[in-house]
Design a protein around this ligand. Structure first.
Ligand SMILES: [Zn+2]
Length: 961
């Protein structure tokens, strides 16, 4: 059967739409409020974006079936600079971008012309993304949709900002930020190519004197100043002589450029070639020591000042570079200077267990390094740095710092040098190159008198920490990552000069940054409905209004009058918030852990009382395409809507979900899609076949399959509660196939014609559990099963009550005997003429259960069991067959605990009766002969090979002739 997936999608989508099924208002049911990070509409969605939204949709649909009143809303995040940048490129007729719109995104040409207006770009992709979400079957309440540039939202953000400022959580100050020199704007993860969060490292610049000029060197190891023997320059680099705040410095051009962003006034005087500095002498900033400037090829212009201190005892590069000069490998150096270098000896200043006096020498020898261009020097450096940092102590030649541990002394040394006035600070981006989306290389900038969210505030962090502590975080392993983020978080610039969004309410020159206006917007969904219907107008939404809605503060009569709404309407909006808040689950991709998700919690704890703090965060990994990362450059991005047209919504939903649990990367590929399609098609055929709600039989196999079904339900439910959706899907799609096969085998052997009732029940339950995952085709299946209502409105099936452990044990006995017979005939290659089964004697069954309970309470000693069993009348026969105890104990110990418990609950089962009455039909079907069954103690039994005595409970003896 070739299904028209698109037809099925459309059919059910329009039914849901007409029934307004996902429009959620407060009612007397318990609620769940499920949200996902809203999209930034600067391109169409691709398969990768689909994952987070699909997870949230499955979550929403599951909770609806569990009886909750579920709100799943969606908004669109217009705030920020990238869209503005795009429209500027369209204005400039940028061929690359315009072609991408045409060919990659299929945007009509007349639309592209409108893209000179950034809002038109956002509007276009907004509609594109929204259509994709509807086509994916996401159960969203679209009445609450908004964008972040509508006036009402701007009023809301102004309230949020004034609120934070009153709490002193927005502060004005001078702090470093990642910065795009081209856009003249701070940059965060969302503004950079490859979504890198710009982080920076603080270097200390130590100023050496060369006559009336200063040679500053940047280092992370100020304590090594005591071990300096010389400085290094790169003879190939053209350095700059510059005037810096009244001093004359020599630094690389790159350093001069970066320092300007760090508030230094730089005046270029002239160039000086690195080679001209070779052999010059500098003075230590802290004593009378003099050091030579020497050439080294490892010195680069883009790090620090382009000049470095040489600490040969503890820095392998320095040691090797000196060696290279001493043994003539360094060519462009005069003989007289080489003699002088020959006298330079490494100065050991740190003692670390496991290293000798000169750690560099130890490691260089061990690694077999022979010149300064050897890449192994990098590993050597890391090894010494890390070991000395954690275990090293300063030697007696370090003055007041002697004996102190490196781990603690760094800051002290830094302060000590700083007091002499011979040092400065330099900030560098930690990731070597961070590029803005506009293509410009980012830098660190000291931003003065800027507005910052005070995420460094200890009390604030503490509160957020408590919130994380009390939250459900799925998967739980990501919890510590949030704690780490909280720890390193510092002040964060929350204003931008350009972009779309809301102006800072007290400072018109600035706009609220995009990761600051997207932290508590979930609360806005509760009032967006009233904004969209025109019941409340943006111009009437004052701070008093928001305070009343969110806190219940103020006089409702006056507030209603000011807001130009009735007191009843005001109350209704407030109740909407009270009913839906807090957020029950927040879904997002893993890349938002270090920013959005953490800020979301920080801002909630700052603005809302504890009862409105979020309850849960669900984090998911990304989607790979055929095992590879999706990217524009790889050309392997599939726009979501194209994929829906090609494969249908449900096959896409399932293939995104079935290949991975939350944090793992999911893999999307055509093979998975087609195997899922096949599975769904065959399920649909079954639904057509078993569409009658007939009577449910009472044969043992009927009871058994319902017990198995019950177990399936509890397993799936358990996985759903932990959002282990891959596991759930496997259970639903494949976990029941072998049980169904067994059932059909049993029923067919008996020539039954009354099984459609039970099959209808089994299939219906599978379909209803499938419906959160594959909502369209599940509705189609449900209809084919003969139901007139919708499966999305049915209740999630319940497990427990039906489980019959006796039935489960009986069937597993039957199937294991069938397996044994089949194995024997395979091995012996006999075509059976007779099959005889001997069930064990009654005392064995009693003994078996005694051993079983013994094992469950922790006993495993054979001797102890034998002694105990012999002492009791009903099992005293053990003395004739002590080997039975040993074998039985082995049987039991090889089984999983869960199975042992089922056997205890099932109690003793009458194996002879079960096998005689239920196995005969199977034997007749499979082998065409009559089955003979005897009990071990049957005096009339046919037992030519004396096999009956081998019978054990659950392991009857078998004779095949
Ligand atoms: Zn830029």
């Amino acid at each position: 059967m070739e299904l028209s997936w698109n037809q099925i999608d459309e059919k059910w989508r329009s039914k849901w739409h007409d029934a307004k099924d996902f429009e959620t208002d407060p009612n007397d049911k318990p609620k769940k409020f499920i949200t996902v990070a809203y999209p930034y509409p600067n391109s169409p969605q691709h398969i990768g974006h689909g994952r987070t939204y699909t997870l949230a949709d499955v979550h929403s649909r599951y909770y609806r079936m569990k009886g909750f009143n579920v709100l799943f809303p969606m908004g669109f995040h217009y705030t920020g600079t990238p869209i503005l940048g795009m429209s500027k490129r369209v204005q400039a007729n940028d061929v690359e971008l315009i072609n991408a719109f045409k060919t990659l995104y299929n945007v009509p040409e007349d639309k592209i012309k409108e893209f000179v207006d950034p809002v038109k770009i956002a509007d276009y992709f907004h509609e594109e993304i929204k259509s994709g979400m509807i086509e994916m079957g996401f159960s969203i309440d679209w009445r609450r949709e908004f964008t972040t540039i509508i006036p009402a939202y701007q009023k809301f953000i102004e309230w949020q900002f004034r609120n934070l400022k009153e709490k002193n959580l927005i502060v004005q100050g001078n702090h470093p930020v990642g910065w795009c020199p081209n856009d003249q704007n701070p940059v965060s993860q969302h503004d950079t190519l490859g979504d890198v969060e710009p982080d920076f490292t603080e270097y200390i610049m130590i100023k050496f004197n060369m006559g009336d000029e200063i040679i500053p060197v940047a280092t992370l190891r100020p304590e090594t100043l005591f071990g300096v023997t010389n400085l290094w320059i790169n003879p190939e680099i053209v350095y700059k002589k510059v005037k810096v705040d009244g001093e004359r410095w020599i630094i690389s051009a790159e350093c001069a450029y970066k320092l300007e962003f760090l508030d230094k006034k730089i005046e270029i005087i002239e160039d000086i070639l690195g080679s001209e500095l070779i052999g010059k002498k500098v003075h230590s900033p802290t004593n009378e020591d003099e050091f030579l400037i020497l050439p080294a090829s490892f010195v680069i212009a883009t790090t620090g000042t382009g000049i470095v201190m040489s600490v040969p005892a503890h820095a392998p590069y320095d040691f090797q570079a000196l060696e290279d000069i001493k043994n003539g490998n360094q060519k462009n150096i005069e003989d007289s200077l080489r003699d002088e270098v020959g006298k330079i000896q490494p100065v050991s200043i740190i003692t670390t267990e496991g290293f000798g006096d000169i750690p560099s020498l130890d490691v260089i020898k061990r690694m077999g390094i022979t010149n300064q261009d050897d890449p192994k020097l990098e590993d050597a450096t890391k090894e010494i740095y890390s070991k000395e940092f954690y275990e090293g102590k300063l030697n007696s030649n370090t003055g007041e710092f002697a004996g102190k541990k490196i781990t603690f002394v760094k800051e002290e040394v830094k302060e000590w040098i700083s007091k002499t006035g011979k040092s400065d600070i330099m900030l560098e981006l930690t990731n070597e190159s961070v590029k803005c989306r506009c293509g410009a290389e980012c830098v660190v900038k000291l931003l003065n008198n800027q507005w910052f969210l005070d995420y460094a505030n200890k009390e604030w962090k503490e509160k957020a920490h408590n919130c994380f502590e009390s939250m459900n975080i799925l998967p739980n392993e990501i919890r510590t990552e949030f704690f780490n983020v909280l720890d390193w978080l510092r002040e964060r610039a929350c204003a931008r000069q350009h972009g779309l969004g809301t102006r800072i309410p007290w400072d018109d020159d600035w706009l609220v940054e995009s990761l600051a206006d997207s932290v508590i917007y979930m609360s806005f969904y509760t009032m967006a409905k009233f904004v969209n219907s025109g019941e409340i107008l943006a111009e009437n939404m004052s701070d008093g209004f928001f305070n009343y809605i969110f806190y219940g503060g103020g006089d409702s009569e006056i507030i209603a009058k000011d807001a130009k709404i009735t007191a009843e309407k005001l109350e209704e909006i407030r109740n909407e918030f009270l009913y839906f808040y807090p957020v029950d689950s927040r879904h997002s991709g893993r890349d938002l852990v270090p920013n959005h998700l953490t800020f979301f919690v920080l801002n909630h704890v700052a603005i809302f009382p504890k009862e409105n703090w979020p309850k849960e965060i669900v984090v998911n990994g990304s989607v790979l395409m055929d095992g590879k990362k999706m990217s524009k450059s790889m050309g392997n991005i599939i726009p979501l809507r194209d994929a829906i047209r090609k494969y249908g919504a449900d096959p896409i939903r399932l293939s995104i979900l079935i290949s991975a649990e939350l944090l793992q990367d999911a893999d999307f590929n055509v093979e998975t899609i087609s195997s899922i399609k096949n599975k769904l098609e065959s399920m649909l055929e079954e639904c057509i076949k078993f569409n009658s709600h007939g009577k449910i039989g009472t044969e043992p196999e009927d009871i058994w399959i319902q017990s198995r079904l019950s177990k399936l339900i509890s397993e799936v439910t358990g996985s759903m509660e932990k959002m282990r959706l891959r596991e759930s899907l496997h259970h639903i799609l494949y976990g029941f196939d072998s049980d169904l096969q067994w059932y059909m085998k049993r029923a067919n052997a008996k020539n039954r014609d009354d099984i459609s009732g039970v099959l209808n029940k089994v299939i219906s339950i599978r379909v209803s559990m499938l419906s959160p995952f594959a909502p369209h085709v599940a509705e189609e299946m449900w209809e084919k099963l003969g139901n007139s209502d919708m499966v999305s409105k049915s209740s999630w099936p319940k497990g427990e009550e039906q489980t019959d452990d006796g039935a489960i044990q009986s069937e597993s006995l039957l199937s294991s005997v069938m397996d044994d017979i089949s194995n024997i005939t395979k091995v012996t290659k006999i075509t059976p003429k007779k099959i005889i089964i001997y069930t064990s004697d009654n005392w064995k069954s009693k003994a078996y259960h005694k051993i079983l309970s013994g094992v469950i309470s922790g006993e495993t000693n054979v001797g102890a069991f034998i002694k105990e069993l012999i002492s009791q009348k009903e099992t005293e026969n053990v003395k004739k067959d002590p080997d039975f105890v040993k074998k039985t104990l082995k049987d039991i110990l090889s089984e999983p605990t869960e199975l042992r418990k089922t056997k205890v609950r099932a109690g003793e089962i009458d194996e002879r009766k079960i096998i005689s009455s239920e196995l005969s039909s199977l034997i007749e079907t499979d082998y065409g002969i009559k089955l003979q069954v005897f009990s071990e103690n049957d005096s009339e039994k046919y037992d030519p090979k004396n096999k009956a005595r081998m019978a054990r409970p659950y392991k009857p003896a078998i004779l095949i002739e």
